[in-house]
Design a protein. Sequence first.
Length: 672
Amino acid sequence: MNDLFRDATAPVPKPRKTGAAPAAGGEYGAEHIEVLEGLEPVRRRPGMYIGGTDDAAYHHLAAEILDNAMDEAVAGHASVIDVTLETARTLAVRDNGRGIPVDAHPKFPDRSALEVIFTTLHAGGKFSSKAYDTAGGLHGVGSSVVNALSEKLEVEVARERVLWRQDYARGLPLTPLRQVGAAPNRRGTLVRFAPDPEIFGSLSFSPARLYRLCCAKAALFRGVTIRWKVSPGLLKPDDGTPSEAVIHFPNGLADSLTAELGETAALLAPLWSGEAELPLAADGRAAGKLEWAIAFLESGPANLVSYCNTIPTPLGGTHETGFRAALVKGFRAWGEQRSNKRAAAITAEDILGGLAARLSVFIRDPQFQGQTKEKLTTQEASRLVEGALRDRIDHWLGGNPAQADNLLAFLIERAEERLRRRDAKDTPRKSATRRLRLPGKLTDCTRENAAETEIFLVEGDSAGGSAKQARDRETQAILPLKGKILNVASASTDKLRANQELRDLVEALGCGIGGGFDVARLRYGRVIIMTDADVDGAHIASLLMTFFYREMPDLIRHGHLYLARPPLFRLTHGAKTVYAMDDRDRDRCLKRDFKPNAKVEVSRFKGLGEMPVSDLKNTTMDPKRRTLLKVVTPPEDRALTAERVESLMGRRPELRFRFIQDHARSAELLDI
């Protein structure tokens, strides 16, 4: 390491002041006016330039220097950037670009261009497009502000086989720019700096935070390689940050997002990514470049992370506005093409709430809100991004129609849930341990651990009476329902809220409904639909599944909904008893389990209410002997599921009639 950074006792010049502050309540004249020279305003008011003096501002200094190196890479002049954390407070960033100019500045002939850049606000090569078409360091304050707020800063420049160096402290040169040797095999710029403890106190660099910053920058420009290194002893044992790494993403944002998602369940595999040049500007050149990567998530946190010229924009801005507009118009147009009128309800909220996305734009002369560039305000960016993405979304959806239908169904579900949440009143939710008032005719179990309990939804009081006698009182609850419940797929929201049977069901489960659903409040580990083994029972089960699919879809996605399988027949000969699920199963059992001439007594159960308690327990409710069917909605079949529910249970009877016509000839093949 350079001697400058080893010698903590090296003399450090102090900033100059002109005038003195007036005493409180005293005289106020011209002599009390302060004139802050050079970089003194930065040290006096650092918050105006980097947002404050906290940990975020501390690491913002690193981002400023790394951005300058990235600008060289994006401009095509650098391919490798070395980022080395030498001590807890000393960071070195080196690129193999062109190197900062070292010749005398025409406006300041007594100073080099390098010294002007590091000691003068609003000095740099990025105010025009002569040196950089697009750049992240745009205000000409990055290098000078870092210098002003650093206890020590060293710059090395290798240009034309010569190595130059200059040392600074708190914004002022300690040495003149000087040649320090030959550099036959080196080119580019190295900046080594240590933030000033007079400004930042005891703060230090976080290796994990710097490593994430490097990964993000490497993903934004697939042509760059960042070589990361941390000096021994700076990493904590459980940090997880590598001491050395070569960071390179050949596929840019797509590789980065794939690595971030890991095992997160996604509806779309592989994720959708691409690049596009923005439309031509008035001078005939492309206005910039756009890159994106999008994954629609079945679960996990949704987020949109955006950048402009490799600068993160956590507050979004006009480029995100164009991105949202292109997605909304694209999916609405696809819904219109598929004659799905419900797609018109889709908004940006529905789309962004179900995806993880990365968006990067490179544009000339961008405008940001604030010195820390957290929000892009260039008005033209919205039109440019929407225009570049719009046709590509249409082509992507049209080229993957099955996948597009699946995503459209997913977004329509989200839109309808949002509308229900807006229209519905808050549904009271009961805790798992509250037993003060039981809804409807619920007969509850005694065990408190929800994961170890289950509730049976049964058809009518008669079946409910048999189920209560056959149950395990400790772990099994029974809720009788009055016949066929409301078909929620064709009913209005007001009718749904007014239906007492459904209100009792929602209250019994305790997990809320629609947007108020919370699986953590579910009072039972399994919700089991137990209806008669006939056509009416199948219809009731279909109505209940439709209710859960529309109003509590996460109950299904988390694997809590089941169908019981009660038998339709009991076959008895002597001491031998066999149960059959349907007519075909009965015939198979007669041939398989009994001798040809045996006089087998065949009893058909009229319903659960007429089934002996012992039979109901042994065949349908005893966990050791029963068979349950788990209700699932596979992500890859989301569009088909939504279409089938709408066709068979929705408000348009002609769809049901068409389905019956199409499948009438196969009805004899069904096991009912």
